[in-house]
Design a protein around this ligand. Structure first.
Ligand SMILES: *Cc1c(COP(=O)(O)O)cnc(C)c1O
Length: 349
């Protein structure tokens, strides 16, 4: 880490922390984990991850705003979800202590680089890949679990214009949509490019069976304020169960909002925007926190403008950040400091 200083403009996920963590799985067991200087990894060109996309990942942040010690937000929920994704992709589960060791060691060693202004954080990217070098179908027998990190700004999309995706699907019925796995992003990239070429920020995905009900954006969940209540799509097997989504639901209820999880037909939402029942909509995810949506549009240019922007979204963003950055009481027990033992580990390798 000597000689490394972060540039003044961080962006999101662009600057990488000079440390990483790696633990390998072989002979049916997880081996000893190690902190390492950030470095290339060498893998067999026939490794399963390269050909059959046997990969799962997570995204979470360590915050260090006006506190001597960095803290996490709901890290064990990320651990649970990583294992859920791993089961779906026929990969071994990782024990909670190894997951916590990985994110804690990387955070402790990156501590001098963690930016300290509200909205900034150390974005952590734990991931697991299948390494067995054999071109036959089937799961790997060797894996690596790796954690890398990036000192980041808040991912500020500002107001987002979203385009309803009526043709493509990011995840199929019976597919891997509820797992956090690279293949879902591969499937979404073409739509994202088209959407951006048309001047919009994100594609709004519909259910893959009927192409009728709202599911999510490519990396964020969605909410709409309808007649004073917050509505969000009920979870299905084809989209991702966001931890921010769950936090927004709990926080909004705590603040006295009625929150409804239900099937949300896109036509109904568009009618509600037109009639004025729906005045506000927003997206949420670890990277974006809570970001207002200004327009929902069709590919033919028909736009449905939300009349209110960033009122309830701003209230929930502030409330969530106040907990994440430890400015306020945390009635949910969501935050935890990095433990002492991880500060005592020196760089190996
Ligand atoms: C990670 C992710 C989200 C957001 O999940 P959080 O736990 O809130 O960060 C939403 N959708 C997709 C497809 C994702 O990969």
């Amino acid at each position: 880490m000597a000689g490394f200083s972060a540039p003044t403009s961080l962006g999101f996920g662009q600057v990488k922390s000079p440390v990483m963590y790696r633990v390998d799985y072989r002979d049916g067991a997880w081996q000893q984990g190690r902190a390492l200087p950030y470095q290339n990894i060498e893998i067999d060109p026939a490794a399963k991850v390269l050909h059959y996309a046997q990969e799962v990942f997570e995204g979470l942040k360590a915050y260090k705003i006006d506190n001597p010690r960095a803290n996490f937000f709901r890290p064990l929920d990320n651990h649970d979800r990583l294992n859920f994704s791993a089961r779906r992709m026929c990969m071994p589960e990782i024990p909670a202590d190894l997951f916590m060791e990985g994110i804690s060691v990387v955070t402790a060693l990156s501590e001098p680089l963690i930016p300290t202004q509200a909205g900034q954080s150390l974005y952590l990217r734990p991931f697991m890949i299948g390494l067995t070098g054999a071109l036959g179908m089937g799961p790997s027998s060797e894996y690596a679990f790796i954690v890398i990190a990036s000192p980041s700004e808040a991912y500020h999309a500002g107001e987002m214009k979203v385009l309803i995706e009526r043709e493509g699907c990011r995840a199929a019925v019976g597919g891997t949509g509820a797992a956090k796995t690279g293949g879902n992003y591969a499937a979404a990239t073409e739509s994202a490019q088209r959407t951006q070429a048309m001047g919009y920020h994100q594609s709004l995905w519909l259910d893959p069976r009927n192409m009728k009900d709202i599911e999510e954006l490519s990396g964020m969940n969605v909410f709409a304020l309808i007649d004073g209540e917050l509505h969000t799509p009920r979870l299905t097997p084809s989209f991702l169960k966001g931890i921010t989504r769950d936090s927004v639901i709990q926080l909004a209820r705590h603040k006295g909002y009625e929150v409804v999880e239900r099937t949300m037909p896109i036509e109904e939402l568009l009618a509600d925007i037109k009639s004025g029942s729906c005045v506000e909509a927003f997206a949420c995810g670890t990277a974006a926190i809570v970001s207002p949506i200004s327009d929902i549009a069709e590919a033919d240019g028909t736009a449905y403008e939300l009349s209110q922007s960033d009122v309830v979204a701003a209230e929930l963003r502030r409330g969530l950040l106040d907990i994440q950055e430890r400015r306020t009481e945390d009635p949910f027990g969501w935050t935890s400091e990095v433990e002492d033992q991880f500060y005592q580990l020196a760089l190996a390798g």
